[in-house]
Design a protein. Structure first.
Length: 164
């Protein structure tokens, strides 16, 4: 087996693009999940691309090391371009019943609200930067922030005071 590139997603949304050489991709993923300080789940892996290619392709979304901001282009790449192989022994889905599922509109609103909070925190309340990272027009982003009652000023650096 050549280099396998895996995708792990942390509870905070960040996505790790890492590699495992040889036959040990499942063992490598299990080790990272086990030693991680925050909950992490395996999205899957592929041998179609190298880690270096993907790090270069998504370099503008790199947060630190092998961890990337979950920008829509990265998420779409993972969902559409890769034929990911999901290990059955990792992240087995919990059994759920229909009454445990909330309506899509509520789930979507929660997701968008959480995403906007993370986006504004990562961008320090800078809406222009947030619009570039999210791939949304600034006016659309302002409307989403308004709808979710999120104020960009709440995420700006409090230590800066232009009046002092």
């Amino acid at each position: 087996m050549n280099e396998a590139v895996y995708f792990l997603q942390a509870e905070n949304g960040l996505i790790k693009i890492g590699k495992s050489t040889g036959e040990g991709v499942e063992r490598r993923i299990r080790a990272i999940i086990t030693m991680s300080a925050v909950p992490v789940h395996c999205v899957g892996w592929t041998t179609k691309y190298t880690e270096a290619e993907l790090h270069k392709r998504f370099k503008e979304f790199r947060m630190r090391g092998e961890w990337f901001f979950p920008h829509i282009s990265l998420i779409q790449f993972i969902q559409t371009e890769l034929e990911l192989r999901q290990p059955e022994s990792i992240d087995e889905p919990e059994e759920i019943t229909p009454d445990q599922i909330e309506p899509l509109t509520i789930a979507r609103d929660k997701f968008v609200g959480d995403y906007l909070h993370k986006l504004m925190k990562a961008c320090g309340g800078n809406v222009l930067k947030a619009s570039k990272v999210s791939g949304r027009y600034r006016a659309d982003l302002y409307e989403l922030l308004r709808r979710h009652n999120i104020k960009a000023r709440d995420y700006k650096d409090k230590s800066y005071n232009p009046d002092s």
